[in-house]
Structure formats: C-alpha cells, structure tokens
Design a protein around this ligand. Structure first.
Ligand SMILES: Nc1ncnc2c1ncn2[C@@H]1O[C@H](COP(=O)(O)OP(=O)(O)OP(=O)(O)O)[C@@H](O)[C@H]1O
Ligand SMILES: [Mg+2]
Length: 328
C-alpha cells in the first residue's frame, strides 16, 4: 500500500483540487485508487458527490457511511474502528467519505497521544484508527495507491492522518503565507515522526500500526491567477525563496543548495492556474481533462483541457517516481 498525503498548514493552496486530479490521473493510468477525505471541511467529498448523494450520506443523526461513522465506536468508547463504507466513484476510484462532524474526533486524538507513552493499548487504537481504516479499505478494494486529503492545520486529526502516510506532497503558493507555512510544517512533521517513533517502542505487538514515515516527496507550486492579482515580480520574489526554504525547513538540511524552481529536484511541478476551466470541471463533477464540448469546453477551452491532462500526467509521474510507484 502506497499512501500519499497532500499537506500544507496554509489553506487554499490547492490541496483538495490536486488530490482530485491526481486521483483521476492515476485511475486513467490503470491504477486502483483509494481516496480518504480526512478534512472535516469535506470539500473533496463534495467534488466527487452531488448534493443528493451527500444528503443520503449525511442524514440527521448517525453517519455510518462516512469516516466519522467508522470511528464512532471509538469516539463513544464502545468498540474499535468499524469496517468503513467505501463509496465507489468509478471501478478504479473508491472514496472514504468525509464528514463535517469529524472534528469531534480531534479531542479524543489529542487526549490519547500522551497516553500512548504509558503503554495504553486503547490509546494506540485511537491514534491508529485512520491507518487501520485505510488498511481494511485497501484490502477490500485491492487498491494500489491511497491518496489522503486533510484540512489546513497542525491539529490532532492531521497528525493521525499524516502518521498513516508513507509520503507527503506539499502544495504551495508563491507568497509569504506559504513560506511561513513551510517553516511550521517541516519542524511539525519531524516532531510527529519522532513522537510516533518513541511511542512505537511502547506499542502492543499485535496491533496493525503505521510506521509514521511521512517522507517529504516534494512540493507543487500553484501559480496565482496573475491576471487578477499582483504583478508577476511580486511572485518571482517568493518563488526564488521556495527551494531553499523547503530544504531548510522540510528536509532539515543545514547546507542549502542554491537552485531555482525550474531546476529544483524537490519541485514536482509548477501548476498553472486553470481559471474558468476549474469551476467548469467542478460543475460537471469531472477533472478538467475529462471535460467535453457538452460540458462547455469548446475551442480554446478544449485544447487547454487537453494540455491540463498532459500537465497532470507529468506531475503524477513525478510523484510516482518520488514515491517508488512504477507507472505502466
Ligand atoms: N490549478 C488551479 N487552477 C484554478 N483554480 C484552482 C487551482 N487549484 C485550486 N484552485 C481553486 O482554488 C480554490 C482552493 O483550492 P482547494 O480547495 O483545492 O485548496 P485547499 O488547499 O484544499 O484548501 P483548504 O486549505 O481550505 O483545504 C478552489 O476554489 C479551487 O477550485
Ligand atoms: Mg482542501
């Protein structure tokens, strides 16, 4: 099971949109993909599912078919993680559906983090609930790849979600906020990795637990919609600083290799702002590169949608290379 989380504590940098498009690209390449929406905003679930289906999955009362439903026995203290419902999007894409109520799990995860140091088995069950949910779902779906989407913060839900990931891809925007985000993200990932390592020494032997590797796979820079925003020069300043900051903060390197984005091996892609194609794709509930003339992708839009397919195949290949996934 190859598990990749897309994470940055800076919000709105395109994490969810990336997970959505990368999932479709892997599926188009013949992979069986499982996606986990561990963001309590549940934006990824609403990209995949229409409102009618979401209303069925989120009725008043209990939500047995979401990620919250799967952890509810743990939350109520009456059992272990339940077998998760996997929403089939297409044959090769299964979704663990997000839930706005998932934030209720945050406190439980926080309280149980220190308890692992006292060798409390139930605490390990809480902390590994996401991982064990993924493990079961991968076996059910025979999934090759798991992609995880999370919200923009450094809280306990994200710690548990990230612990489940072997690799972490960092989406960024070329601005001060993203640079500052990296300065928080890197030390936090190291802290979580180290904290989990300490706890693993005290873990029960017979529980399936994550390794907590969280290996940084690289970053993706989402280009701003330059037309609507500030002049290009302002972005150039921040873009110049990204390669060094990533090496320093995320990789923890002492000596920094001077390089620019175009030559930086840690830069997985500089992704275009697809402007009106993105809302068109969201409206059609399709990735941009599946848009058809009937969806409104006519003329220049049609060739831009095809170009987007090429951009995502290139990006997905870069991610696959970094994560040791062999493409056909
Ligand atoms: N490459 C792109 N081209 C055009 N629009 C984009 C692109 N990537 C993201 N967007 C738009 O930017 C907005 C934020 O994207 P998204 O929700 O993916 O960010 P996020 O990092 O997941 O946000 P959050 O931190 O709230 O989870 C959305 O409206 C999305 O449609
Ligand atoms: Mg998001």
């Amino acid at each position: 099971m190859k598990t990749i989380a897309f994470f940055n504590n800076k919000g709105g940098v395109g994490k969810t949109t990336l997970v959505y498009h990368v999932a479709w690209t892997f599926a188009d390449l013949g992979f069986n993909v499982l996606i986990a929406d561990f963001d309590p905003q549940a934006n990824l679930s609403s990209m995949f599912l229409d409102e009618d289906r979401l209303a069925e999955l989120w009725p008043d009362g209990a939500h047995p078919d979401t990620v919250l439903g799967a952890v509810t026995p743990i939350l109520r203290g009456v059992g272990d993680v339940a077998e998760p419902h996997i929403e089939e999007i297409v044959d090769s894409i299964g979704l663990l559906v997000g839930d706005l109520g998932l934030s209720r799990f945050e406190d439980k995860l926080s309280q149980n983090w220190p308890r692992c140091l006292d060798r409390q088995e139930d605490a390990f069950r809480v902390l590994s609930a996401f991982y064990r949910m993924l493990h079961t779902a991968v076996a059910t779906r025979h999934a090759d790849i798991v992609l995880i989407d999370v919200g923009p913060n450094l809280g306990a839900i994200n710690r548990a979600a990230l612990l489940s990931a072997e690799h972490v891809v960092v989406p960024l925007a070329p601005d001060l906020f993203s640079l500052q985000g990296l300065q928080n993200l890197g030390p936090t990932l190291r802290d979580w990795r180290q904290g989990w390592k300490e706890r693993m020494d005290k873990a029960p032997d017979d529980l399936t637990l994550p390794s907590g590797a969280m290996i940084p796979a690289g970053y993706i820079v989402l280009q701003h919609n330059i037309r609507l925003n500030r002049p290009v020069l302002a972005y150039a300043k921040w873009m110049k600083r990204i390669p060094g900051e990533y090496q320093r903060s995320v990789l923890g390197h002492q000596s920094i290799r001077q390089t620019n984005l175009d030559n930086d091996p840690n830069c997985l892609a500089q992704l275009k702002h697809y402007r009106s194609l993105m809302p068109m794709a969201m409206e059609a509930r399709k990735p941009i590169f599946h848009l058809k003339p009937a969806d409104g992708a006519l003329g220049a839009h049609s060739s831009a949608a095809q170009q987007c397919g090429k951009d995502f195949r290139k990006l997905t290949k870069a991610i696959a290379d970094k994560c040791g996934i062999k493409l056909p």
